[in-house]
Design a protein around this ligand. Structure first.
Ligand SMILES: *[C@@H]1O[C@H](CO)[C@@H](O)[C@H](O)[C@H]1NC(C)=O
Ligand SMILES: *[C@@H]1O[C@H](CO)[C@@H](O)[C@H](O)[C@H]1NC(C)=O
Length: 289
């Protein structure tokens, strides 16, 4: 008799435990509307960390076993439903819908580079044809998983806003939105900091099929670069005196990991051999037309 009474309780208990173990998919930075070109991460949050993760897109398993699923350059082909699984428990579906075009406002780097030395600063410029009434900007700091707002003190013109930002984190993503209508937005600008004094700069990012892409091998504090070599993976793609390499016509196969190495000296250096260093590796993602 008493054994029979305990059964429903046990069933509820088992169900409860199962529910608690179910992972959830979250998006960072949280974007109300996703435009082509956006960068964001899907995270699989579960109580039991450390276990391996499976990801599903439209019910088919993906080659991805990390807790974080990175979508580096969003395009409509990423639209669909995402699920993650840990310990045999599947999350609810998480729907993503990527708009075919870019957003209406533009955010650009006015002064600075997409990769900067530690302690550096960049000046960003926001432009929106329809005016910037009720707008503000955001920064997402990947390492700290922190999102903060940047409020406007005064606009330069009704359609322009320029702001300077100190770079304190390995990676920051900036974008701007209308405060109340968050579907009105700018593109994102990603700025990384590097410990190296040599770095590979790319312009523009993301690379677009059919458009040119310029790679530059830069060294902080000097333009006395006598030689620069550009690599895709471990293959040399350009080797010479020019510290710029232009890819005239980007195709899908342009995608990959790039780096450069430079031979250089400083003005103040009067003796000794030139320096020779490699930059960090940078990923190039290609966006379709
Ligand atoms: C994924 O599913 C969505 C919704 O059914 C569909 O619109 C989209 O085309 C699918 N994407 C792929 C790549 O199969
Ligand atoms: C931003 O949102 C506010 C409040 O909804 C609206 O009054 C304003 O016109 C919007 N501005 C732009 C430029 O979209």
């Amino acid at each position: 008799m008493s054994g029979g009474k305990q059964l429903p309780f046990l069933a509820v208990f088992v169900l409860l435990v199962r529910c608690q173990q179910k992972p959830t998919v979250t998006m960072t930075p949280e974007l109300k509307t996703i435009f082509s070109g956006d960068l964001f991460y899907l995270g699989c949050n579960s109580k039991t960390s450390g276990s391996s993760v499976k990801w599903y897109f439209n019910d088919s398993e993906q080659h991805q076993t990390k807790e974080i699923f990175e979508i580096a350059v969003a395009s409509p082909k990423h639209s669909g439903s995402y699920q993650c699984e840990t310990n045999g428990q599947k999350s609810d579906t998480f729907s993503i819908s990527v708009i075919e075009h870019g957003p209406s406002a533009s955010l650009t780097i006015k002064t600075g580079h997409p990769v900067m030395p530690k302690g550096g600063a960049v000046i960003l410029q926001l432009y929106h044809e329809d005016g910037l009434d009720g707008w503000l900007c955001w920064v997402y700091r990947r390492e700290k998983k922190q999102r903060k707002s940047i409020r406007f003190k005064s606009l330069d013109t009704p359609t322009d806003f320029t702001f300077q930002t100190l770079l304190t984190d390995p990676m920051s993503i900036f974008w701007c939105t209308n405060k109340t209508q968050q579907e009105k937005r700018s593109n994102q600008v990603t700025v990384r900091i590097s410990d190296q004094d040599i770095f590979l700069e790319m312009y523009p990012l993301p690379a677009v099929v059919g458009e040119p892409l310029t790679l530059r091998c830069l060294v902080w504090g000097t333009d006395r670069i006598s030689k620069a070599v550009f690599y895709k993976g471990d293959t040399v793609i350009a080797d010479g005196k020019a510290f710029t390499h232009k890819i005239k016509d980007v195709t899908e196969s342009t995608e990959g990991k790039y780096k450069c190495d430079a031979t250089y000296t400083h003005v103040a250096r009067t003796a000794g051999p030139d320096y020779h260093k490699f930059s960090d590796v940078q990923d190039v993602f290609v966006q379709g037309m």
